[in-house]
Structure formats: C-alpha cells, structure tokens
Design a protein around this ligand. Sequence first.
Ligand SMILES: Nc1ncnc2c1ncn2[C@@H]1O[C@H](COP(=O)(O)OP(=O)(O)OP(=O)(O)O)[C@@H](O)[C@H]1O
Ligand SMILES: [Mg+2]
Length: 239
Amino acid sequence: MNDLQELSTFSHEINNSLTLIYGQIQCIEKTYDTLTGNDHWNRMKDDFSSLFDFIHQFLAPAEESSAAMEPLDLISVISEIRSSWSYYLHKEQIRFFIQADPGTAFYVYGARSKLFQLFHNLISNAVKAIQQKKETCRSPHITHITVHLSKEQGHIVLNLSDTGIGMTTEQQSRAFYRGVSFHPGGNGIGLSVVQNIARDLHIKIHIDSAPNQGTTFTLIFPAYEQQLSCPTRTEALTK
Ligand SMILES: Nc1ncnc2c1ncn2[C@@H]1O[C@H](COP(=O)(O)OP(=O)(O)OP(=O)(O)O)[C@@H](O)[C@H]1O
Ligand SMILES: [Mg+2]
C-alpha cells in the first residue's frame, strides 16, 4: 500500500469510529435534553462537525475535495476558536485577547475548515509553549495569548502572540519543517500543515520569537476587494 492509500484507510477508519461516537452523543443528548442549552456541549458538537467535514474532504475524490471558499470574518473565526479552547485556556489560566479597531471589518476569502485548522495548530502550539515555560520557570509570569488584527495597504495583518517559552533563531529557521519538533512528545506536523494551508490561501506567514520572551506569528492575508460590501462591526473588540 502506498502512503496515500494508507492515509485514506486511516481516515476511513477514524470516520467510522467518529460516526459511532456521534451516535452515542446523540443518545446522551436525547436522555439529558437540558444539554442543548449548554455552551460547551454545543461547541463540542460544532467541533465534531468540523472534524467530520475535514475527514470527508480528505476522503472525497480529488475533483470534489477542494473546500468551499467563502468570505469569512476573522474576528468570528477567532472567537469561535477561542470558545473551542476555553476548557484548556481556563485550566492553564491563560487569558486570550482579541484586539481590533472597533468599526473595522476583517473579511478574508478562504475555506472555513482550512482556516480553522490553521488557527487550531497555531493556538495548540501557543498553549504548549506557555505550559513549557510554566514548567521551566517556576516563578509566576504572564500567561497570555493575543490576536491583534489591523489593516495595512488593503491587507489584513494578524499577529498571534504568546508569552510562552519562545524559540532560538536556529529553531525558528527549522520550525516549519515536517517532523521537526523541539518539545517532548511533539510530532512536528502542525506547522507544516499551517504552511501548506497558508500557501494554498496565499497567506504570508512569518515568526518572530525570543527564548523565554514569547512568540509572534504574523499572517498577512491577501487584499479582499469586496470587503466594503460586507457588514461592519462596531462594538469594541478588546476583551
Ligand atoms: N508558539 C510557539 N512557541 C514556541 N515554540 C513553538 C511555537 N510554535 C511552534 N514552536 C516550536 O516549533 C516546533 C514545531 O511545531 P509543530 O507544530 O510543527 O510541531 P509540534 O507542535 O512539536 O507537534 P505537532 O504539532 O505535530 O503535535 C514545536 O515543537 C515547537 O518547539
Ligand atoms: Mg504543533
């Protein structure tokens, strides 16, 4: 069997198991109907659906597998992802800020599942980096993840910063290579996935990091001409 076939078999089996688990979830929901009013429960179901979508895309024939492109509000995307991570953020006492100019829309054109995958990987790394810093430096320190959005010459610039363990210059130069990991138990896959998605969606990405100071990933999205026709957001977004 070649690699692609093995991966398809693997995805297929995961899909089968997920289908069974989803059946149990539905049974539980029928038994405890108050669950439908629980935010964590609903979030978990949404995350489950995203995982299903992702696997279905992978299993679909090549000509059908390109994920649907649509205008997406980055603030909504990041807010949803923050909700998905709320359990771990709370457990690790990490505060997650979203900063953006009030009254500015941050629409990009992309595939929802791909953008979610990209941000989940970056946030997973940020959480791990903060955990690592906690383990190595015993004294209390700030544990923040911040997403800052701005516009520069028609491009949306997103900075995702963490106050984690950081990376040396040498580590930064190799971090995107598949199979390269600098922490115990890491597979070194996440950032290569991020890089592939960024390439497909024409997002420029770069790292700025310093050991024990933290890391910032900067993502520059291509200009989206139809931004003006999208609704604007007026509420202050810094939380
Ligand atoms: N925000 C970050 N802060 C510090 N180091 C980071 C950060 N993001 C990535 N790295 C470093 O880059 C390495 C590669 O990241 P990548 O996501 O590819 O792999 P991983 O997290 O080790 O494993 P996987 O994502 O496959 O579970 C990590 O092992 C980590 O050392
Ligand atoms: Mg990772």
